[in-house]
Design a protein around this ligand. Structure first.
Ligand code: OGA
Ligand code: MN
Length: 291
């Protein structure tokens, strides 16, 4: 059955490779099944969707996100990395505060200051998150934009010789909670979170092929000599980060942005030191990814 809210919803594509604004929705209120289906369709089509001017509590955010699947719990970092992975205000295991704010000199959340290289959320784990939901609570005066790249388009742009060469191959994804540097994988990596995923994946909802490689966490192609792996990965990072595949989200207070973590990679631009930024994040859990 349609209600007024179903009719009012408006999808405004950003006109680029991905990204659409959805208007006419108040996320603090339960969404009808019909509207939810429209949102899911828009999400599959545009990969990154957002709602402006939202005023949602943590509970409302989790209730909405939970309509798209099993909510993700924060992945536990090993003890030696725990301080880098999360802050002291992480009271709900399903919420991650993305923030540079400190309380008595101690970070309240994760990801601190500055820019962040392109990555897949929890790409280093067996089940990378399916979806991420980020709500803007406090913003700096400029910068701190989130960039999203369409990895279906990136896959299409991979030269045929590489598509053939990499078919059936996996890559090592590894993370030690640095934001602009990879883990050195030449030594013992057993105590750093890592997993191997296919270089090309089939999206479980759309059936389309996506490039599944990012500069921050994808360190080595399995079964390929290091020098060649480095060369191929450099080429794949460049393809994944081409400006024509990127939508840059310029945050406004109250923005609620949600992205498909299997069909996009994302990064963050720098922002002025000393200015506060606070976002509330939750996720939907994923399944092991397949070629
Ligand atoms: C994240 C993330 C980017 C940002 O929350 O996973 O990468 O702009 N955030 O804070
Ligand atoms: Mn992220």
């Amino acid at each position: 059955m349609l209600d007024a809210a179903d009719i009012a919803i408006e999808i405004v594509p950003m006109g680029g490779p991905c990204g659409a604004e959805i208007r006419g929705v108040d996320l603090s209120r339960p969404m009808s099944v019909a509207t939810l289906a429209q949102v899911q369709k828009a999400w599959n089509d545009h990969l990154v969707i957002f709602f402006r001017g939202q005023d949602v509590t943590q509970e409302q955010q989790l209730a909405f996100a939970g309509r798209f699947g099993e909510l993700g719990a924060r992945k536990q970092a090993p003890d030696r990395l725990r301080e880098k992975a999360e802050g002291v205000l992480q009271l709900d295991p399903k919420i991650l505060l993305v923030s540079n704010i400190k309380m008595d000199g101690v970070p309240i959340g994760a990801f601190g200051d500055g820019d962040m290289w392109f990555h897949i959320d929890s790409g280093y784990s067996q089940r990378p998150y399916r979806y991420t939901f980020l709500y803007g609570v406090e913003l700096p005066s400029s910068g701190g934009n989130t960039l999203f790249s369409n990895m279906y388009k990136a896959y299409d742009a991979v030269p045929e010789r590489l598509k053939k060469h990499l078919a059936g191959k996996r890559a090592l994804h590894i993370h030690e909670y640095k934001r602009t540097a990879q883990v050195d994988v030449d030594g013992d990596i057993s105590d750093a979170p890592h997993w191997y995923h296919p270089v090309f994946i089939t999206h479980p909802y759309t059936g389309k092929t996506a490039l599944f490689v990012d500069r921050l966490m994808t360190a080595r192609i399995e079964g390929v000599p290091k020098a060649e792996s480095d060369e191929i990965l450099a080429e794949l990072y460049e393809i994944g980060e081409r400006p024509e595949f990127i939508y840059a989200h310029d945050w406004q207070l109250g923005d609620f942005v949600m992205w498909d973590n299997l069909a996009t990679i994302h990064a963050r631009t720098d922002f002025p030191r000393g200015e506060r930024r606070l976002m509330r994040r939750c996720t939907v859990e994923g399944e092991p990814v397949r070629e």
